[in-house]
Design a binder for this molecule. Structure first.
Ligand code: NAD
Length: 336
């Protein structure tokens, strides 16, 4: 058995990663470390809790991290503060969790000479103009726009510096926006789905022209496993499922249609300040070198992924119901 430490495993992608690992990769013994911020929910792992080790704790607790890293063979690092809007209201948790947290993890990985995979985002590259046909690649320069993306960019730079300066055995991936089960309902897609389930009209920021290159969380996680197994140490891999033809307006319309509402059963709300226009990912390196293929790609794939996600939120109302009023009240304060 390979002992795997997953940071942020009670969050959206981390929890899906742990479920995916238990289902498809029985060779791993999984330990999760999660601080359980508002975004971490132990219920995300409730059905598999007896099959994993779960530790509530902070990456910035150096003694704890040192012990956990020393006890495991590999570390997959998801933990971060992740909601852009929150980073505009209060940047500090993003500096503390994303930059200092990664620093403390890196020091433990260096000391104990363990394999690390660092999860990052396309947001580090800034955005493209709507009519720009280019996509982000592994060599696109960093140009983050928000405190969130700047903190993720900082953590990526730290990982690269630890690879170059100290020779740690690490890989990095930058992925586009994810959707799927267990995503906090403050995020764009689950917010719209749970709005409709609550008989509230979905809310479209501004004109809705922004493009996000959506990827289903299982496709993200299959790529992470491939990188763990076959990725070249020191390398970065872009992960994206070629969905950069759908803008936010089209996503809302798709959700409305799939949930039996007219395609225009939504309303416009204030745009976000500094809202990035277009993200598009060129994942050809990952496909060419490691043979990765996303399952939910192109228009059909995106629809299937959304259908599966809608079904999950419909079947798991008790998972999100208690948070709904609070999340909408917070958005209402921002005119969104
Ligand atoms: N959601 C996306 O669309 C997306 C896309 C690309 C990359 N990413 C990256 O993937 C990772 C996971 O994103 P997510 O959407 O699952 O986030 P999330 O907010 O749902 O979960 C993050 C988890 O990290 C935990 N955490 C935060 N700070 C911690 C700390 N100091 N110590 C221990 N645990 C801590 C939280 O409690 C939470 O459970 C992040 O690094 C994010 O930047 C996300």
């Amino acid at each position: 058995m390979t002992k795997m430490l997953v940071t942020g495993g009670a969050g959206f992608i981390g929890a899906n990663f742990v479920h995916y690992t238990l289902k498809h990769k029985p060779e791993y013994e999984v330990t999760v470390i999660d601080k359980l911020t508002y975004a971490g929910n132990p219920d995300n792992l409730a059905s598999i809790l007896e099959k994993i080790n779960f530790v509530t704790g902070d990456l910035n607790d150096q003694a704890l991290i040192d012990k956990l890293v020393s006890e495991n063979d590999i570390v997959v690092h998801f933990a971060a503060d992740t909601h852009n809007d929150n980073s505009l209201n209060d940047p500090w948790p993003f500096i503390e969790n994303n930059i200092l947290g990664t620093y403390h993890l890196l020091e433990a990985v260096r000391k104990h000479d363990k394999r690390l995979h660092h999860i990052s985002t396309d947001e580090v590259f800034g955005d493209l103009e709507l009519d720009d046909p280019n996509r982000f690649t592994e060599t696109t320069p960093y140009e983050p726009s928000s405190p969130y993306s700047a903190s993720k960019a900082s953590s990526d730079h730290l990982v690269r510096a630890w690879i170059r300066s100290f020779g740690i055995k690490a890989t990095i991936s930058n992925c586009s926006n994810n959707y799927g089960p267990y995503q906090h309902i403050e995020k764009f897609i689950p917010r719209q789905i749970t709005n409709i389930l609550s008989d509230i009209k979905p809310k479209l920021y501004g004109t809705g022209e922004q493009v996000r290159d959506w990827i289903h969380v299982d496709d993200h996680n299959s790529a992470v496993h491939l990188i763990l197994e076959q990725g070249k140490l020191g390398d970065t891999y872009i992960i994206g499922a070629d969905n950069d033809h759908v803008n936010n307006k089209a996503v809302i319309e798709m959700i409305c249609e799939l949930m039996g509402k007219g395609h225009d059963w939504y309303e416009h709300v204030n745009d976000r300040p500094g809202h990035d226009m277009r993200y598009a990912m060129d994942s050809s390196k990952l496909r060419r070198e490691l043979g990765w293929q996303p399952q939910y790609t192109d228009q059909n794939g995106m629809e299937n992924g959304l259908k599966q996600t809608i079904q999950w939120y419909t079947d798991n109302e008790e998972w999100w119901q208690a948070e709904k009023a609070k999340v909408e009240a917070k958005y209402a304060e921002q005119g969104q």
